[in-house]
Design a binder for this molecule. Structure first.
Ligand code: KG4
Ligand code: ZN
Length: 396
């Protein structure tokens, strides 16, 4: 009998990751090489630099994952790789290497959608934590994938031959993580912005600035319109119920206006100069706190409160409409403390179950890719030799 060992490889954005997972249920290793230092000075991911860094990191990262798992290439039963969505050049590095390994070892190659991976981050940990004989993980759930590139709601359903996913809602413009990153950038905080906002929001009044989200208009105005952002290209908007659509580009503009109106600009500009100039940007939470007046902290707290409130409201409305009793929240923004607290409280109030990945599996990693590949391995759902990167791959 095989051990069911799958090597997962992830290189869709700015993390080069590899992991060995046994039967989609036990992580033997999970190695992540982050490129944050490379991209931070540009305030966002630079695709060309990302590909170059993946090329540098891929071989040592895979070697480290095998060594930590105490296995060799010959022990593997399959190689899984993210085939999209993501940056084309970045995806290609992982795909090319995965193909070469699969060919050399004579094992199947399995293509995994990055969003499916985020969902399986939660399922993997649920399986891992389940006591022997205890039922776990494989129950249908409403999944909110909320990251730097996506804000998507899926109904994930389990059948005998694997999982199926139906898109329920999504952002029509920016992803929630993108809004965190852009607001942090305009306030002169570091990249990625989410962790900075998370850390500073606790020192402000979340009700100081009453941000609101306009209801997204009917489907008609979106019909026939070209998607405006990278995220919007991955799946159609027009056929979704407008009450489950998100929009985060407006709040970013509202934050900018507030900064201008309340003369918070000078001190924000000073932090921006520090970030791009010769003076170092704030490196620690204490540094950043010293640089932020109370009005800025209130703005940060109010921004986070509004974004999290919108995610909570629409996700639970979708759960109610679909009769879902189980909600999974995953992706980089799921690391946010206010988000976890408020989803947990709302689920308790409604008698629903909510689950998140641990912090390490919230952001990009390859354990989630190896775990998502396991049901595909069992179903014999393998990729062909001409597997290509698909930057706007939809999950369905
Ligand atoms: O899933 P991920 O690592 O990569 C993508 O697939 O995009 O998510 C990265 C995103 C970034 O926008 C980052 O600012 C956000 O997740 N993020 C957070 C937190 N930690 C990471 N946003 C809010 N609060 C956090 N604690
Ligand atoms: Zn991701």
């Amino acid at each position: 009998m095989t051990r069911g060992l799958i090597l997962g490889i992830e290189s869709s954005c700015d993390e080069t990751a590899a992991s060995v997972v046994e039967r989609g249920a036990r992580t033997l290793s999970s190695v992540v090489a982050s490129q944050i230092v490379t991209h931070a000075r540009y305030g966002g991911v630079v695709p060309e630099l990302a590909s170059r860094e993946h090329l540098r990191a891929i071989v040592p990262v895979v070697r480290a994952a095998l060594a930590k798992a105490n296995v060799t290439l010959a022990d593997l039963d399959a190689i899984a790789v993210t085939s999209g969505p993501g940056l084309a050049g970045a995806l290609l590095v992982g795909i090319t290497y995965a193909k070469a390994l699969a060919y050399a070892q004579g094992v199947p190659l399995i293509a995994v959608n990055h969003l499916e991976g985020h969902i399986h981050a939660v399922l993997l940990e649920e399986r891992q934590n389940a006591r022997a004989g205890e039922a776990s993980a494989d129950e249908d759930a409403l999944a909110l994938v909320v990251s730097g590139g996506h804000t998507h709601l899926y109904l994930a359903q389990h059948a005998a031959d694997g999982w199926t996913y139906s898109l329920i809602g999504r952002t029509v413009d920016d992803a929630a993580g993108e809004a965190f990153d852009k607001v942090a950038k305009l306030l002169g905080l570091g990249y990625p912005g989410g962790p900075w906002i998370d850390a500073l929001a606790r020192f402000g009044n979340p009700l100081a600035v009453p941000f609101s989200f306009a209801r997204i208009k009917t489907k008609m105005h979106l019909l026939g319109k070209a998607p405006r952002t990278k995220a919007a290209k991955t799946s159609p908007i027009a056929d979704l119920d407008p009450q489950f659509l998100f929009s985060f580009s407006g709040i970013k503009t509202a934050v900018l206006r507030y900064v201008e109106l309340h003369n918070l600009r000078d001190e924000a500009a000073e932090r921006v100069t520090r970030m791009h100039g010769t003076v170092a940007p704030p490196q620690t939470k204490e540094d950043a706190l010293a640089l932020c007046p109370q009005a800025t902290l209130d703005l940060i707290a109010s921004f986070q409160h509004a974004v999290v409130g919108d995610l909570v409201k629409k996700t639970f409305a979708a759960a109610e409409s679909l009769g879902s009793t189980r909600i999974l929240v995953t992706g980089g923004v799921a690391a946010n403390r206010e988000l976890r607290t408020r989803f947990t409280a709302e689920a308790a109030r409604r008698g629903l179950i909510v689950a998140f990945p641990t912090l390490a599996l919230s952001t990009d990693n390859a354990a989630m890719i190896a775990a998502a590949a396991w049901p595909r391995f069992q179903a014999g759902d393998f990729a062909s030799e001409d597997l290509a990167a698909n930057p706007s791959l939809a999950l369905q």
